[in-house]
Design a protein around this ligand. Structure first.
Ligand code: PHE
Length: 507
């Protein structure tokens, strides 16, 4: 035990030749760190790459410069501070974010590179595609590593020619975006003093209106491209290879949103297979971000889109773990094509699921920190950029999400929780149990053999007030049938670790 502690507090880690000091904040498991070199968005013929290129094709050079190899380990300043995230924002919590040390994280979104890219000021627009990392739920659409694309476009006030205005220039640029026949619902005004404010100290209403319109048209164009391809692929699959035109027009809607680094802000939703599906988050870039990036005379927009979600609907890929498969039966199905045509994924086989329940009493002291519907809520509903739910700051109870949350890391490489976090020194005291701790324990133990972790029952004992939890873990391999011994072994280990780390009592 002592030896582990000494190692943990004096350890460095090296990732692709870069060395970092770790401290008590470290909670990034080796399974995550060792996946960094995979860079699915750069693998030839990978569905994430195909999806990236399809979107990139709508943002031509030289206006939009591409940055696809930015390193995933960034500072807290880059990931949160530069974007104006409040110090108590839920996203900063060790429950949500992988820390290397107090001031260094695995980026949780591509927005982490906005300020630096604006500062470099080498193009009017940019696209950043990258792997991003979050401690999150386990299910078919959540994986602790996923991919995002960030896009931005700005105009320089000082470059506006004599006799015209910034707003007029933006309207002019709008003419180059192809027309579409989407049905667009956009019921709200471009800005609203309370709900979605204009940055009135820096932008005239005309400027904000022009930038917002340019942003919306650009993204509607992306949606037309993606969903036309998806429809063609679906029709081709349905008709044995012959695609027929679909009569119904595509429908999208703009919904007001909130991000700390844009105002006004929106999410774009697409009507897909009888449901409204959030596909991205975006807005007019906060001027204070551009000021700090040394380009105060620039005005513009930014968006963030989650690539897995788009790829899953483009190719009809049913489980997010498949993207990480090295099985040729998966990988060989995808080819980059110059005409942008998509061929739908065909399931090569379905192996049986093995559901197992684990039920336990929480230790008395930690009951408050583990309310099942607390902080996980905003993340359990997939959000547009596959990302930081814009509403998470306001919805999540602050109590369970302080930055120095004492939740233990479950990784083999990581240090104990911050020593300041726990007031107790008694050997029998455990850190509070948090749902994401279980998620990560399951990942660390079962890896990609874990398909989902779902809370199926929670109650307090009527007399003692003790909290009970029951989680269902579904084990399933995408590549073979698991034996019951194998599943039993994994499940038992998880139970044992739950007891050892959080002091729960198995029922
Ligand atoms: N970074 C945001 C997320 O992960 C998405 C976003 C990007 C929103 C750019 C606005 C502008 O959810």
């Amino acid at each position: 035990m002592a030896r582990v502690r000494v190692e943990a507090t004096s350890t460095q880690i090296t990732v692709e030749g870069k060395t970092y000091d770790t401290d008590e904040w470290m909670n990034a498991p080796s399974s995550i760190l060792s996946s960094i070199p995979r860079r699915l968005h750069l693998q030839p013929d990978h569905p994430i790459t195909i999806t990236r290129k399809l979107i990139e094709s709508r943002f031509p050079a030289p206006t939009y410069q591409k940055h696809n190899t930015l390193f995933p380990i960034v500072s807290v300043a880059q990931n949160f501070d530069s974007l104006g995230f409040p110090t108590d924002h839920v996203g900063r919590s060790r429950n949500d974010t992988y820390y290397i040390n107090k001031s260094t994280v695995l980026r949780t979104h591509t927005s982490a590179h906005q300020a630096d890219t604006f500062r470099a000021n080498t193009s009017e627009g940019f696209l950043i595609s990258a792997d991003v990392y979050r401690r999150d739920a386990i299910d078919r659409s959540h994986y602790p590593i996923f991919h995002q694309m960030e896009g931005a476009r700005t105009w320089s006030r000082s470059a506006v020619p004599e006799g015209t205005t910034l707003a007029r220039q933006v309207w002019d640029d709008l003419k180059t975006i192809p027309k579409h026949d989407l049905v667009v619902e956009d019921p709200n005004p471009s800005f609203h003093p309370d709900r979605n404010p204009l940055q009135s100290d820096r932008h005239s209403p005309e400027e904000a209106e022009a930038v917002a319109t340019h942003l919306k048209r650009s993204l509607e164009d992306v949606v037309v491209t993606i969903f036309s391809a998806a429809r063609a692929a679906a029709a081709a699959a349905a008709r044995g290879g012959f695609s027929a035109p679909t009569s119904e027009p595509l429908k999208v809607r703009w919904v007001e949103a909130y991000f700390p680094f844009t105002s006004p802000s929106w999410e774009l939703e697409v009507f897909w297979q009888n449901d409204w599906l959030e596909v991205l988050g975006c807005g007019v870039v906060q001027q204070r971000l551009l000021d700090s990036a040394g380009v105060p005379d620039r005005v513009g927009w930014a968006f963030g889109i989650g690539l897995e979600r788009i790829a899953m609907l483009l190719f009809e890929i049913p489980d997010i773990r498949l993207f990480w498969s090295r099985d040729p039966r998966f990988l060989d199905q995808f080819r980059e094509r110059v005409d942008g045509k998509i061929t739908r994924f065909k399931e090569f086989s379905k192996y049986p699921p093995a559901p197992r329940d684990v039920a336990f009493w929480l230790p008395k002291s930690t009951a408050a920190a583990s309310t099942p519907d607390s902080r996980n809520e905003p993340h359990s509903a997939p959000n547009p950029a596959g990302g930081l739910a814009p509403e998470s700051a306001s919805n999540a109870p602050a109590s369970s999400t302080t930055t120095n949350s004492p939740s233990a890391s479950v990784s083999s490489t990581s240090a104990p929780p911050p020593s300041t976090a726990s007031s107790s020194t008694a050997a029998t005291t455990h850190p509070p149990f948090h749902e994401n701790d279980l998620t990560e324990l399951v990942r660390a133990t079962a890896g990609d053999l874990a398909e989902s972790v779902t809370l199926i029952d929670a109650f307090a004992h009527p007399k003692t007030g003790r909290q009970s939890r029951c989680y269902r873990i579904v084990y399933r391999s995408l590549e073979r049938t698991l034996t019951s011994e194998e599943v039993a072994g994994l499940h038992e280990r998880i139970g044992r670790e739950l007891v050892a780390r959080w002091g729960v009592e198995l029922r």
